[in-house]
Design a protein around this ligand. Structure first.
Ligand code: SAM
Ligand code: DTB
Ligand code: SF4
Length: 359
Protein backbone atom coordinates (compact mmCIF):
# COMPACT_ATOMS: atom_id res chain seq x y z
CA UNK A 1 0.00 0.00 0.00
CA UNK A 2 1.13 3.54 0.43
CA UNK A 3 0.87 4.98 -3.07
CA UNK A 4 -0.21 8.56 -3.54
CA UNK A 5 0.59 11.85 -1.90
CA UNK A 6 0.63 12.15 1.87
CA UNK A 7 -2.44 14.08 2.88
CA UNK A 8 -1.91 17.63 4.03
CA UNK A 9 -5.59 18.14 4.56
CA UNK A 10 -6.00 17.17 8.19
CA UNK A 11 -4.52 19.88 10.33
CA UNK A 12 -6.29 18.72 13.49
CA UNK A 13 -4.59 16.99 16.35
CA UNK A 14 -7.19 14.21 16.28
CA UNK A 15 -6.26 10.86 14.74
CA UNK A 16 -5.89 11.24 11.04
CA UNK A 17 -7.07 8.48 8.75
CA UNK A 18 -4.02 7.71 6.69
CA UNK A 19 -5.21 6.74 3.29
CA UNK A 20 -3.73 4.78 0.34
CA UNK A 21 -4.80 5.02 -3.24
CA UNK A 22 -3.21 4.94 -6.66
CA UNK A 23 -2.52 8.35 -8.12
CA UNK A 24 -5.70 8.59 -10.22
CA UNK A 25 -6.16 12.21 -11.30
CA UNK A 26 -8.69 14.02 -9.13
CA UNK A 27 -11.48 15.80 -11.01
CA UNK A 28 -10.87 19.43 -11.83
CA UNK A 29 -11.25 21.67 -8.81
CA UNK A 30 -11.33 18.91 -6.21
CA UNK A 31 -8.78 18.59 -3.39
CA UNK A 32 -5.44 16.97 -4.20
CA UNK A 33 -5.56 13.20 -3.73
CA UNK A 34 -4.72 12.28 -0.19
CA UNK A 35 -2.48 9.36 0.66
CA UNK A 36 -4.98 6.92 2.02
CA UNK A 37 -4.31 3.70 3.87
CA UNK A 38 -6.87 1.18 5.00
CA UNK A 39 -6.44 0.56 8.72
CA UNK A 40 -7.70 -2.43 10.65
CA UNK A 41 -6.50 -1.37 14.09
CA UNK A 42 -8.90 1.38 15.02
CA UNK A 43 -9.72 2.01 18.67
CA UNK A 44 -13.07 3.26 19.96
CA UNK A 45 -11.32 6.32 21.46
CA UNK A 46 -9.80 7.28 18.09
CA UNK A 47 -13.08 6.85 16.26
CA UNK A 48 -14.98 8.78 18.92
CA UNK A 49 -12.48 11.65 18.60
CA UNK A 50 -13.31 11.85 14.89
CA UNK A 51 -17.04 11.54 15.53
CA UNK A 52 -16.88 14.47 18.00
CA UNK A 53 -15.09 16.92 15.70
CA UNK A 54 -16.99 20.13 14.99
CA UNK A 55 -19.54 19.03 12.39
CA UNK A 56 -18.17 21.00 9.46
CA UNK A 57 -14.58 19.99 10.19
CA UNK A 58 -15.72 16.37 10.24
CA UNK A 59 -17.60 16.77 6.95
CA UNK A 60 -14.61 18.55 5.36
CA UNK A 61 -12.24 15.77 6.34
CA UNK A 62 -14.63 13.07 5.25
CA UNK A 63 -15.27 14.76 1.90
CA UNK A 64 -11.53 15.17 1.32
CA UNK A 65 -10.90 11.47 1.94
CA UNK A 66 -13.96 10.62 -0.10
CA UNK A 67 -12.76 12.55 -3.16
CA UNK A 68 -9.31 11.04 -2.84
CA UNK A 69 -10.71 7.53 -3.11
CA UNK A 70 -13.84 7.98 -5.20
CA UNK A 71 -13.19 10.05 -8.29
CA UNK A 72 -16.45 11.93 -8.61
CA UNK A 73 -19.64 12.73 -6.81
CA UNK A 74 -21.47 9.66 -8.00
CA UNK A 75 -24.09 7.72 -6.08
CA UNK A 76 -25.01 4.06 -6.38
CA UNK A 77 -28.73 3.46 -6.86
CA UNK A 78 -29.76 0.25 -5.18
CA UNK A 79 -33.35 -1.03 -5.16
CA UNK A 80 -34.78 -3.25 -2.47
CA UNK A 81 -37.46 -5.88 -2.64
CA UNK A 82 -38.91 -7.91 0.19
CA UNK A 83 -39.11 -11.37 -1.40
CA UNK A 84 -40.39 -12.98 1.82
CA UNK A 85 -42.23 -10.62 4.12
CA UNK A 86 -43.11 -10.93 7.81
CA UNK A 87 -43.59 -13.84 10.17
CA UNK A 88 -39.96 -13.82 11.32
CA UNK A 89 -39.17 -15.80 14.49
CA UNK A 90 -36.46 -13.37 15.67
CA UNK A 91 -37.00 -10.63 18.25
CA UNK A 92 -35.08 -7.68 16.74
CA UNK A 93 -36.63 -4.80 18.68
CA UNK A 94 -36.69 -2.44 15.70
CA UNK A 95 -38.22 -4.78 13.16
CA UNK A 96 -41.79 -4.61 11.85
CA UNK A 97 -41.40 -8.13 10.40
CA UNK A 98 -40.92 -9.99 13.67
CA UNK A 99 -43.95 -12.26 14.13
CA UNK A 100 -44.12 -11.50 17.85
CA UNK A 101 -44.92 -7.79 17.40
CA UNK A 102 -48.29 -6.52 16.31
CA UNK A 103 -47.23 -4.15 13.54
CA UNK A 104 -49.80 -4.86 10.85
CA UNK A 105 -47.19 -6.57 8.63
CA UNK A 106 -48.73 -9.87 7.50
CA UNK A 107 -46.64 -12.98 6.96
CA UNK A 108 -46.39 -13.83 3.28
CA UNK A 109 -44.90 -16.70 1.32
CA UNK A 110 -41.68 -16.45 -0.68
CA UNK A 111 -42.42 -14.59 -3.92
CA UNK A 112 -42.35 -16.38 -7.27
CA UNK A 113 -39.12 -16.04 -9.24
CA UNK A 114 -40.95 -14.44 -12.19
CA UNK A 115 -42.52 -11.67 -10.06
CA UNK A 116 -39.18 -10.88 -8.45
CA UNK A 117 -37.54 -10.54 -11.86
CA UNK A 118 -40.39 -8.32 -13.03
CA UNK A 119 -39.66 -5.97 -10.09
CA UNK A 120 -35.97 -6.07 -10.90
CA UNK A 121 -36.71 -5.06 -14.50
CA UNK A 122 -38.79 -2.13 -13.28
CA UNK A 123 -36.02 -1.05 -10.92
CA UNK A 124 -33.50 -1.27 -13.76
CA UNK A 125 -35.76 0.81 -16.02
CA UNK A 126 -35.96 3.46 -13.29
CA UNK A 127 -32.15 3.61 -13.10
CA UNK A 128 -31.14 1.17 -10.36
CA UNK A 129 -27.95 -0.79 -10.95
CA UNK A 130 -28.11 -3.02 -7.88
CA UNK A 131 -31.08 -5.14 -6.81
CA UNK A 132 -31.23 -6.35 -3.22
CA UNK A 133 -33.62 -9.13 -2.20
CA UNK A 134 -34.56 -9.35 1.48
CA UNK A 135 -36.18 -12.22 3.35
CA UNK A 136 -37.60 -12.14 6.88
CA UNK A 137 -35.73 -15.28 7.84
CA UNK A 138 -33.55 -16.02 10.85
CA UNK A 139 -31.34 -18.15 8.61
CA UNK A 140 -31.32 -19.81 5.23
CA UNK A 141 -32.57 -23.40 5.06
CA UNK A 142 -31.48 -25.67 2.25
CA UNK A 143 -34.34 -26.83 0.04
CA UNK A 144 -36.72 -25.57 -2.64
CA UNK A 145 -36.96 -22.04 -1.19
CA UNK A 146 -33.21 -21.54 -1.24
CA UNK A 147 -33.11 -23.03 -4.74
CA UNK A 148 -35.69 -20.44 -5.81
CA UNK A 149 -33.54 -17.65 -4.33
CA UNK A 150 -30.58 -18.97 -6.35
CA UNK A 151 -32.75 -18.73 -9.47
CA UNK A 152 -33.64 -15.16 -8.55
CA UNK A 153 -29.95 -14.30 -8.25
CA UNK A 154 -29.24 -15.84 -11.69
CA UNK A 155 -32.17 -13.94 -13.14
CA UNK A 156 -31.07 -10.58 -11.72
CA UNK A 157 -27.55 -11.16 -13.07
CA UNK A 158 -29.00 -12.00 -16.48
CA UNK A 159 -30.63 -8.55 -16.44
CA UNK A 160 -27.18 -7.01 -16.16
CA UNK A 161 -27.70 -5.80 -12.58
CA UNK A 162 -25.63 -6.34 -9.45
CA UNK A 163 -27.37 -8.86 -7.22
CA UNK A 164 -27.50 -8.59 -3.45
CA UNK A 165 -29.41 -10.68 -0.89
CA UNK A 166 -30.17 -10.37 2.79
CA UNK A 167 -31.57 -13.66 4.06
CA UNK A 168 -30.31 -13.95 7.63
CA UNK A 169 -27.58 -16.34 8.77
CA UNK A 170 -25.79 -18.45 6.17
CA UNK A 171 -23.60 -21.56 6.33
CA UNK A 172 -20.32 -21.84 4.46
CA UNK A 173 -21.84 -24.04 1.76
CA UNK A 174 -24.85 -21.77 1.29
CA UNK A 175 -22.51 -18.80 0.80
CA UNK A 176 -20.60 -20.83 -1.80
CA UNK A 177 -23.79 -21.70 -3.68
CA UNK A 178 -24.87 -18.05 -3.71
CA UNK A 179 -21.47 -17.11 -5.13
CA UNK A 180 -21.78 -19.79 -7.82
CA UNK A 181 -25.20 -18.39 -8.76
CA UNK A 182 -23.49 -15.03 -9.35
CA UNK A 183 -24.34 -13.13 -6.16
CA UNK A 184 -22.30 -9.92 -5.90
CA UNK A 185 -23.04 -8.86 -2.32
CA UNK A 186 -24.65 -10.12 0.87
CA UNK A 187 -26.18 -7.75 3.41
CA UNK A 188 -25.94 -8.79 7.04
CA UNK A 189 -25.89 -5.92 9.51
CA UNK A 190 -24.20 -5.83 12.89
CA UNK A 191 -26.98 -3.35 13.67
CA UNK A 192 -25.32 -1.78 16.74
CA UNK A 193 -22.25 -1.94 18.97
CA UNK A 194 -21.66 -5.27 20.64
CA UNK A 195 -22.28 -3.82 24.12
CA UNK A 196 -25.78 -2.67 23.09
CA UNK A 197 -26.69 -5.72 21.01
CA UNK A 198 -28.22 -7.72 23.88
CA UNK A 199 -30.71 -4.89 24.53
CA UNK A 200 -31.97 -5.13 20.95
CA UNK A 201 -31.85 -8.81 19.97
CA UNK A 202 -31.84 -11.89 22.19
CA UNK A 203 -32.49 -14.66 19.66
CA UNK A 204 -29.00 -14.70 18.15
CA UNK A 205 -25.58 -13.40 19.16
CA UNK A 206 -23.10 -10.91 17.82
CA UNK A 207 -20.75 -13.82 17.17
CA UNK A 208 -23.46 -15.47 15.02
CA UNK A 209 -23.54 -12.30 12.93
CA UNK A 210 -19.77 -12.16 12.59
CA UNK A 211 -19.60 -15.84 11.65
CA UNK A 212 -21.98 -15.31 8.73
CA UNK A 213 -19.93 -12.31 7.58
CA UNK A 214 -16.87 -14.59 7.59
CA UNK A 215 -18.65 -17.17 5.43
CA UNK A 216 -19.70 -14.47 2.97
CA UNK A 217 -16.18 -13.02 2.77
CA UNK A 218 -14.57 -16.45 2.41
CA UNK A 219 -16.92 -17.32 -0.46
CA UNK A 220 -15.66 -14.23 -2.30
CA UNK A 221 -18.98 -12.35 -2.04
CA UNK A 222 -18.85 -8.64 -1.21
CA UNK A 223 -19.80 -7.95 2.39
CA UNK A 224 -22.49 -5.34 3.00
CA UNK A 225 -22.69 -4.67 6.72
CA UNK A 226 -23.61 -1.69 8.83
CA UNK A 227 -26.28 -0.81 11.31
CA UNK A 228 -28.98 1.43 12.65
CA UNK A 229 -28.70 4.57 14.74
CA UNK A 230 -31.47 5.63 17.08
CA UNK A 231 -31.86 2.34 18.97
CA UNK A 232 -31.08 4.03 22.30
CA UNK A 233 -27.34 3.41 21.93
CA UNK A 234 -24.65 5.82 23.10
CA UNK A 235 -22.23 7.60 20.78
CA UNK A 236 -19.53 5.31 22.14
CA UNK A 237 -21.61 2.30 21.05
CA UNK A 238 -22.04 3.74 17.54
CA UNK A 239 -18.26 4.08 17.37
CA UNK A 240 -17.85 0.57 18.77
CA UNK A 241 -19.84 -0.78 15.82
CA UNK A 242 -17.70 1.15 13.34
CA UNK A 243 -14.56 -0.22 14.98
CA UNK A 244 -15.84 -3.80 14.72
CA UNK A 245 -16.63 -3.29 11.04
CA UNK A 246 -13.34 -1.57 10.20
CA UNK A 247 -11.23 -4.07 12.12
CA UNK A 248 -12.58 -7.07 10.20
CA UNK A 249 -9.90 -8.78 8.06
CA UNK A 250 -11.23 -6.71 5.15
CA UNK A 251 -13.44 -3.62 5.31
CA UNK A 252 -17.00 -4.43 4.22
CA UNK A 253 -17.39 -3.33 0.61
CA UNK A 254 -20.64 -1.57 1.62
CA UNK A 255 -21.68 -0.03 4.91
CA UNK A 256 -25.37 0.81 5.22
CA UNK A 257 -26.17 3.49 7.78
CA UNK A 258 -29.85 3.30 8.72
CA UNK A 259 -31.77 5.70 10.93
CA UNK A 260 -34.38 3.80 12.90
CA UNK A 261 -37.81 3.84 11.29
CA UNK A 262 -39.82 3.58 14.51
CA UNK A 263 -42.73 1.33 13.60
CA UNK A 264 -45.84 1.16 15.78
CA UNK A 265 -46.11 -2.17 17.56
CA UNK A 266 -42.34 -2.72 17.86
CA UNK A 267 -40.66 -2.26 21.25
CA UNK A 268 -38.86 0.78 19.82
CA UNK A 269 -42.00 2.51 18.57
CA UNK A 270 -41.54 5.44 20.96
CA UNK A 271 -37.87 6.02 20.22
CA UNK A 272 -37.06 9.66 19.41
CA UNK A 273 -36.19 10.35 15.79
CA UNK A 274 -32.46 10.86 15.20
CA UNK A 275 -31.42 14.36 14.25
CA UNK A 276 -29.98 14.68 10.75
CA UNK A 277 -26.65 15.78 12.19
CA UNK A 278 -26.35 12.39 13.89
CA UNK A 279 -26.66 10.66 10.53
CA UNK A 280 -24.16 13.04 8.98
CA UNK A 281 -21.67 12.35 11.80
CA UNK A 282 -22.10 8.58 11.50
CA UNK A 283 -21.67 8.65 7.72
CA UNK A 284 -18.64 10.94 7.86
CA UNK A 285 -16.98 8.81 10.53
CA UNK A 286 -17.69 5.64 8.54
CA UNK A 287 -16.13 7.30 5.49
CA UNK A 288 -12.99 8.20 7.46
CA UNK A 289 -12.46 4.76 8.98
CA UNK A 290 -13.43 2.78 5.86
CA UNK A 291 -12.34 5.07 3.01
CA UNK A 292 -12.86 2.64 0.14
CA UNK A 293 -16.24 1.24 1.22
CA UNK A 294 -19.52 2.32 -0.28
CA UNK A 295 -21.35 4.11 2.52
CA UNK A 296 -25.09 3.81 2.02
CA UNK A 297 -27.54 6.39 3.33
CA UNK A 298 -30.23 3.81 4.04
CA UNK A 299 -33.51 3.73 6.01
CA UNK A 300 -34.82 7.03 7.34
CA UNK A 301 -34.32 9.13 4.20
CA UNK A 302 -38.01 10.03 4.01
CA UNK A 303 -37.57 12.08 7.17
CA UNK A 304 -34.60 13.99 5.75
CA UNK A 305 -34.82 17.25 3.83
CA UNK A 306 -33.09 17.46 0.47
CA UNK A 307 -30.45 19.65 2.09
CA UNK A 308 -29.77 17.05 4.79
CA UNK A 309 -29.46 14.30 2.16
CA UNK A 310 -26.93 16.35 0.23
CA UNK A 311 -24.97 17.00 3.42
CA UNK A 312 -24.88 13.22 3.96
CA UNK A 313 -23.43 12.91 0.45
CA UNK A 314 -20.87 15.63 1.23
CA UNK A 315 -19.99 13.56 4.29
CA UNK A 316 -19.23 10.53 2.12
CA UNK A 317 -22.49 8.72 1.42
CA UNK A 318 -22.22 7.33 -2.10
CA UNK A 319 -25.13 4.92 -2.23
CA UNK A 320 -28.84 5.13 -1.53
CA UNK A 321 -31.81 2.81 -1.53
CA UNK A 322 -33.78 3.86 -4.56
CA UNK A 323 -37.48 3.20 -4.97
CA UNK A 324 -40.59 4.05 -3.03
CA UNK A 325 -40.39 1.13 -0.65
CA UNK A 326 -37.61 -0.24 1.51
CA UNK A 327 -38.77 -3.66 2.72
CA UNK A 328 -42.07 -2.82 4.40
CA UNK A 329 -41.77 0.93 5.00
CA UNK A 330 -41.77 3.91 2.67
CA UNK A 331 -38.81 5.55 0.95
CA UNK A 332 -38.68 8.60 -1.35
CA UNK A 333 -40.06 7.98 -4.86
CA UNK A 334 -37.91 7.52 -7.99
CA UNK A 335 -38.95 10.87 -9.44
CA UNK A 336 -38.11 12.87 -6.31
CA UNK A 337 -34.75 11.17 -6.02
CA UNK A 338 -33.87 11.70 -9.67
CA UNK A 339 -34.89 15.36 -9.38
CA UNK A 340 -32.66 15.80 -6.34
CA UNK A 341 -29.67 14.12 -7.99
CA UNK A 342 -30.15 16.15 -11.14
CA UNK A 343 -30.42 19.43 -9.23
CA UNK A 344 -27.21 18.64 -7.42
CA UNK A 345 -25.36 17.33 -10.48
CA UNK A 346 -24.84 13.97 -8.79
CA UNK A 347 -24.76 11.12 -11.30
CA UNK A 348 -25.56 7.42 -10.83
CA UNK A 349 -22.54 5.25 -10.29
CA UNK A 350 -21.82 2.59 -12.87
CA UNK A 351 -20.92 -0.69 -11.19
CA UNK A 352 -18.03 -1.98 -13.28
CA UNK A 353 -16.46 1.42 -13.92
CA UNK A 354 -16.65 3.30 -10.65
CA UNK A 355 -14.76 1.02 -8.31
CA UNK A 356 -12.55 2.19 -5.45
CA UNK A 357 -8.93 1.13 -5.17
CA UNK A 358 -8.40 -2.48 -4.12
CA UNK A 359 -8.75 -3.03 -0.39
N1 SAM B 1 -33.78 -11.13 8.22
C1 SAM B 1 -32.53 -10.74 7.70
C2 SAM B 1 -31.62 -10.16 8.74
O1 SAM B 1 -32.06 -9.74 9.78
O2 SAM B 1 -30.42 -10.11 8.47
C3 SAM B 1 -32.63 -9.78 6.54
C4 SAM B 1 -33.65 -8.66 6.56
S1 SAM B 1 -33.49 -7.45 7.86
C5 SAM B 1 -35.02 -6.61 7.75
C6 SAM B 1 -32.25 -6.35 7.22
C7 SAM B 1 -31.88 -5.16 8.06
O3 SAM B 1 -32.86 -4.15 7.96
C8 SAM B 1 -31.71 -5.33 9.55
O4 SAM B 1 -30.52 -5.93 9.90
C9 SAM B 1 -31.77 -3.91 10.04
O5 SAM B 1 -30.48 -3.35 10.08
C10 SAM B 1 -32.62 -3.20 8.97
N2 SAM B 1 -33.90 -2.77 9.55
C11 SAM B 1 -34.95 -3.55 9.85
N3 SAM B 1 -35.95 -2.83 10.39
C12 SAM B 1 -35.52 -1.55 10.45
C13 SAM B 1 -36.11 -0.34 10.92
N4 SAM B 1 -37.31 -0.31 11.48
N5 SAM B 1 -35.39 0.80 10.81
C14 SAM B 1 -34.15 0.76 10.27
N6 SAM B 1 -33.55 -0.35 9.80
C15 SAM B 1 -34.22 -1.50 9.90
C1 DTB C 1 -30.23 -2.19 5.30
O1 DTB C 1 -29.22 -1.91 5.98
N1 DTB C 1 -31.35 -1.49 5.30
C2 DTB C 1 -32.34 -2.11 4.45
C3 DTB C 1 -31.56 -3.29 3.81
N2 DTB C 1 -30.31 -3.25 4.49
C4 DTB C 1 -32.13 -4.62 3.77
C5 DTB C 1 -33.59 -2.47 5.15
C6 DTB C 1 -34.26 -1.32 5.85
C7 DTB C 1 -35.55 -1.79 6.39
C8 DTB C 1 -36.35 -0.69 7.00
C9 DTB C 1 -37.64 -1.19 7.55
C10 DTB C 1 -38.55 -1.82 6.56
O2 DTB C 1 -38.78 -1.24 5.47
O3 DTB C 1 -39.10 -2.89 6.86
FE1 SF4 D 1 -36.25 -11.13 11.30
FE2 SF4 D 1 -34.34 -9.80 10.04
FE3 SF4 D 1 -36.46 -8.51 11.11
FE4 SF4 D 1 -34.65 -9.56 12.73
S1 SF4 D 1 -34.31 -7.90 11.24
S2 SF4 D 1 -36.88 -9.75 12.94
S3 SF4 D 1 -34.06 -11.39 11.59
S4 SF4 D 1 -36.50 -9.92 9.43
Amino acid sequence: MGVGLRSHVSPMATPEPSVTRPPTPAPHGSPAPAAVSLRHDWTVAEVKALHELPLLDLVYRAQTVHRAVWKDNKVQLCSLLSIKTGGCPEDCAYCPQAARYDTGVKAEKLMQVGSVLESAKQARAAGATRFCMGAAWREVKDGPQFDAVLDMVRGVKALGMEACCTLGMLSESQARRLKEAGLDAYNHNLDTGESHYGDIISTRTYQDRLRTLGHVRDAGIEVCSGGIIGLGESIEQRCEMLVTLANQPKHPESVPVNALVAVEGTPLEGQRRVDFTELVRMIATARLVMPASMVRLSAGRLQLSEEAQLLCMMAGANSIFFGEKLLTTANPGFTDDMALLEKAGVTPLEPAVDKPVAQ
